[in-house]
Structures are given as C-alpha cells and as structure tokens.
Design a protein around this ligand. Structure first.
Ligand code: COA
Length: 424
C-alpha cells in the first residue's frame, strides 16, 4: 500500500507551484484528480512547446501520476459537479489568484459546512498585508522573499536563481502542510485551511540571510569576500557572489578546460579540519604553520589570495579529477554539473531521481522523479494525463453518476467538446 493511498485530492492547481505539490501527493499514492478548463486546460500544456500538438514538457514534468477531468466552472452544471467532488474529496489544492475561489462560491465556510473533513490548501503570492491581492509568478517571489537582493555579485544587479524556489519551493511547503493537516484530522476529524505564501516560502529558504542581517548590526561579516577586500558593508546584507553561506569559506574555482567549457568549475570548501591536507595538495605546506594562514580566523582577510592559490592547482585538473583527489582526503567539494551531465548521470537514473517517461503523443522524455524516497512506498512515475482523459471515468467511478446524469452533464457543455483522448 502506498503511503497516501485512499486520499482523494481535488487538484485545482495550474502553472507550477500548485502542480508541484499535488504531483508529490500523487507520487506518495494519493488519487489526484486535476480539474481543468475545457479546451485549454492548465495553461502550461501549451507553453514552451517543443513537439507540435503535444503537451509541453512544462506540463508533463509537473503533472505525473494524476487524472484529468475537464469542467467549466462558469457553467452551472460544471459547478454542480465540482461541489460533488468537494463532498467526496479529502483535500482541495488551489493556486488561483486571490479572490478567484470566493468568486466561484467556494468560500471556506461553505466548503467546511458541506464537507467538514476537507482540507483546503492554497498558494498565494503574498500573505495578508499590502500585497495580498497581487498576482505573483516565480521571480516576483524570489525578489520579494529576499533571494534576489542577496544573490549575484556585490557590484552587479540583483539576480534570480535557476532553482524555482518560489514555485516548486512553495509547492513543497504546501505539501508538508497538507500531510500535517491530514495527520491532525486523524485526531480531530476535521479539515482545516493550509495557506502558503510564496514570499514566505522564499524567505524561509533565505533564513541564513536574515541571520546575516542581524550579524551585520554587530560588525562586518568576515567570511564575505568584501571583508578581505577592505570594502565596507552597508546596512543591508550584500550579494555575496559565490562565497559560502556557512562558516566554512568556499568559492567556485576554475578547472582544466574552463576557457572553452562554461561548466569546467568546482566548488571548493576550505573546511578547517582538513586545512593541512589542503595546504599539501595545493603545494603550500608552509601555510600549515604560518600564523597568517594556520588558523581559520587568520585566513578570513586572505580568502582571495588563498582561493587564487587553490585555483592555480584546480586549473591543472578537470573537475572530476579534482573531485577524486580531494575526496580521498575528505575535502568537501563539488563539480559544477551541466544539465546535460545530470541528464546522462547513471546513478541518478538508478535511484529514480531522473526517469524516462513514455507519453502517447510526445514519446519518450526525461523527467525528475520523486526526490523523497520512502522505503515502504517507492514511487513509480507514470505519465501526465491528456486533457480530460478521465472525465467520464471520474463522473462514473468516482462520483458514481449514472448514465442519465453523465449525459446531462455532457449535454450542458460543462465538460467541453470532445476531448483529445476521446477523439482518438
Ligand atoms: N473553468 C472555467 N473558468 C476557470 C476554470 C475552469 N475550470 N479554472 C479557472 N477558471 C477561471 C477562474 O474562475 C478565474 O476567473 P475570474 O478571474 O473571472 O474569477 C480565472 O480562470 C483565472 O484565474 P487566475 O488565477 O487569475 O489566472 P491568471 O492566469 O490570470 O493568473 C497566476 C495566474 C499564477 C498569476 C495567479 O493564478 C496567481 O497569482 N496565483 C497565486 C500564486 C501562484 O501560485 N503563482 C505561481 C504560479 S506558478
């Protein structure tokens, strides 16, 4: 039995943040029923398309293991069906713009009265406050959550990061809130609201930067490169380039081939317990006893010089050769892996972190599998549903509608014209 088997999720999500959350629930065994607008469905189905007439990778990679029903919620019959789903589901997940759910008549009070056990989970851009009514996408959340102001180089623009910490990050937070509420329901018998604001999710992931904001009030932060460069700190946490955020100074250094390969780099950490081994490897044995280098505090003003010396050594090795040598001595480091290298990495395929999925329209493609591994509930990734693929099945088997009722829904136009799946 899968960990979340028996849990029914009314998946009213779109784009990235909500779908990430419901995909995780599906991977853990929940029956996730995605409700989509007839004709178009989740807008990502047709965004960033690479294969004509096939659902995009944007959509397929965020909606595995789900079922899809098309329902026009602006059609009264569509709303009637939706309310039937509210009655029998355990969780409703949505990430519409603020106010959309209320405009549909799906207010918490009404939902709770109809199904007191239903958990209603929402992603919004902001929590209550001046921006609560705003629509938000990934990069807005990165900017408002403190990530952009602390990412990049001190003398450059604020930067957004490739990791989707606003969308996928908040989806992860929401999934934790949902399973916590499900657990609480086993005691209380009642559902509750679970709210995650993207700004809050990003800030949670930027916790160390709020730590630094307060450290800054007590003096310069000596592990930031600018300290060694003699550049005074302002009153807000600066961008730290590739300086390590922890107490063990680290940098990205060039490796052999950097002139032509944009990813021929290594992250190198000068962890204190292995300092002597580092000195031997980079050919500076004198630094083991020299009072300017021997102790961590003495090294902090000299990080630029130290990493320049480290880089002289790493430039004589490929990133993988350097990894092998440094790991022999327990020196923490990591190669900068390109997406191509990750896609081809055998060990990631073996653990199911990168999976190949077959899709009836687009054919085979790679996806990221479930990064959370449960020993008794392994994830089997199955393809995303075609638009409305399971409409009839859900009306009949889940909602237990008889033929007459299904015909009435179909004739009302609430499920849209013939779906692609039905047409084939
Ligand atoms: N049938 C008919 N209408 C439907 C429908 C269906 N099945 N599903 C949704 N709709 C309608 C809604 O009723 C709403 O209409 P209304 O504004 O007339 O009430 C409309 O579609 C869409 O809602 P909205 O959420 O505003 O979509 P959008 O494309 O304009 O905005 C976001 C997209 C992501 C900016 C917005 O949803 C948002 O801010 N979400 C919260 C934060 C978030 O998750 N952002 C990250 C996304 S990755």
């Amino acid at each position: 039995m899968k960990a979340l088997e028996g849990v029914k999720v009314l998946d009213f999500t779109h784009v990235q943040s909500g779908p990430t959350c419901t995909q995780l629930l599906a991977w853990f065994g929940a029956d996730v029923i995605k409700v989509e607008r007839p004709g178009t469905g989740d807008i990502t189905r047709s965004q960033l398309c690479d294969v004509p007439d096939a659902d995009s990778l944007y959509f397929t990679m965020l909606n595995h293991n789900k079922r899809s029903i098309t329902l026009d919620t602006k059609n009264p019959k569509g709303m009637e069906v939706l309310w039937e789903m509210v009655k029998i589901c355990d969780v409703l997940v949505e990430n519409f713009a603020p106010g959309v759910l209320d405009r549909m008549g799906l207010t918490w009070d009404k939902i709770h009265a109809v199904n007191p056990r239903l958990i209603v989970a929402s992603v919004k851009g902001f929590g209550p406050g001046p921006y609560e009514d705003c629509k938000v996408y990934e990069n807005v959340a990165q900017c408002a959550g403190g990530s952009a102001s602390t990412t990049g180089f001190r003398d450059g623009l604020p930067m957004v990061t490739g990791a989707q910490i606003g969308d996928s990050g908040t989806g992860l937070h929401l999934a934790l809130g949902i399973v916590t509420a499900l657990y609480h329901r086993t005691h209380s018998g009642l559902g509750q609201k679970v709210d995650c604001a993207m700004q809050d999710g990003v800030l949670n992931l930027c916790r160390v930067k709020l730590r630094d904001q307060q450290r800054l009030e007590r003096g310069p932060m000596k592990e930031y490169s600018q300290y060694g460069e003699g550049i005074p700190f302002d009153d807000a946490v600066p961008r730290a380039g590739n300086d390590s955020g922890g107490g063990q100074p680290g940098r990205i250094v060039k490796c052999k081939g950097w002139e032509t390969d944009p990813n021929a780099y290594l992250y190198f950490i000068t962890q204190a317990p292995v300092w002597e081994k580092i000195c031997d490897i980079i050919g500076e044995p004198g630094w083991k006893t020299d009072p300017n280098y021997a102790k961590p505090l003495a090294r902090l003003p000299r990080l630029n010089e130290i990493f320049a010396r480290v880089e002289q050594w790493t430039m004589t090795k490929t990133k993988f050769e350097a990894m092998d040598i440094l790991n022999e001595y327990d020196i923490p480091c990591g190669p900068i892996l390109s997406m191509k290298e990750i896609a081809e990495e055998k060990s990631l395929r073996e653990t199911g972190t990168v999976v190949e999925v077959d899709h009836p329209v687009r054919g085979k493609y790679l996806s990221v599998g479930n990064p959370i591994k449960l020993s008794d509930s392994p994830t089997v990734v199955t393809r995303s549903p075609l638009l409305g693929e399971h409409t009839d099945e859900i009306l009949r088997d889940v909602l237990k509608f008889d033929e007459r009722r299904i015909a009435a829904v179909t004739e009302s136009g609430a499920t849209g014209a013939l779906t692609r799946a039905a047409a084939e």
